[in-house]
Design a protein around this ligand. Structure first.
Ligand code: PNS
Length: 161
């Protein structure tokens, strides 16, 4: 069985993440959506909220399973018996950071192979931070997050749907 891990902050999950996740579920038998719970990185949504949003957004993907990452990604990959780490690339500017992470993860776990998937061109500008900024300034985030979580995300920013 081919298993992949798709790690991220998902603060919140966007249509860009959903695009990469859906592609991954088509390529692997099982995909762990791994929600980072790093105390050094303060997220706007709590870990529980991020998990709940993903669970609403990805309920139709039957081979996807949500997990929370507390330690090293490379360790989770070996415990899950996964063959690959999936990361999405939007633009060349993503590459340096992603390449560094891929090499570090392979150093920590030689079996951890990182697979980069290119985002759909309509999502290349999209990021969670952009969604947070637009929502916090009262803008319309409907085009950027899955319909199934729109009202919950808006609520968090004090917007009504
Ligand atoms: O969505 P993000 O914030 O770009 O995701 C970054 C993430 C969670 C994939 C990365 O910070 C990570 O893997 N953290 C886990 C800790 C770890 O293993 N660090 C060493 C990897 S270089």
């Amino acid at each position: 069985m081919k298993t992949a891990v798709y790690p991220g902050s998902f603060d919140p999950i966007t249509n860009g993440h959903m695009d990469i996740l859906t592609r991954s579920c088509g390529l692997f038998d099982k995909v762990y959506i791994l929600v980072s719970d790093n105390p050094d990185k303060r997220c706007f949504f709590s870990t529980e909220e991020r998990v709940s949003l993903i669970s609403d957004a990805a309920s139709h993907l039957k081979n996807a399973e949500i997990a929370v990452l507390k330690g090293l990604l490379a360790d989770f990959v070996s415990k899950a018996n996964a063959q690959a780490i999936v990361r999405g690339l939007r633009a060349v500017s993503d590459f340096e950071y992603e390449f560094q992470m891929a090499l570090a993860n392979r150093e920590l776990n030689p079996k951890a192979e990182t697979v980069f998937l290119s985002a759909n061109s309509s999502h290349t500008f999209l990021s969670s931070s952009l969604v947070r900024q637009i929502a916090s300034l009262g803008g319309n985030i409907a085009p950027f997050v899955p319909d199934s979580i729109l009202s919950k995300v808006m609520e968090k920013f004090g917007q009504s749907s």
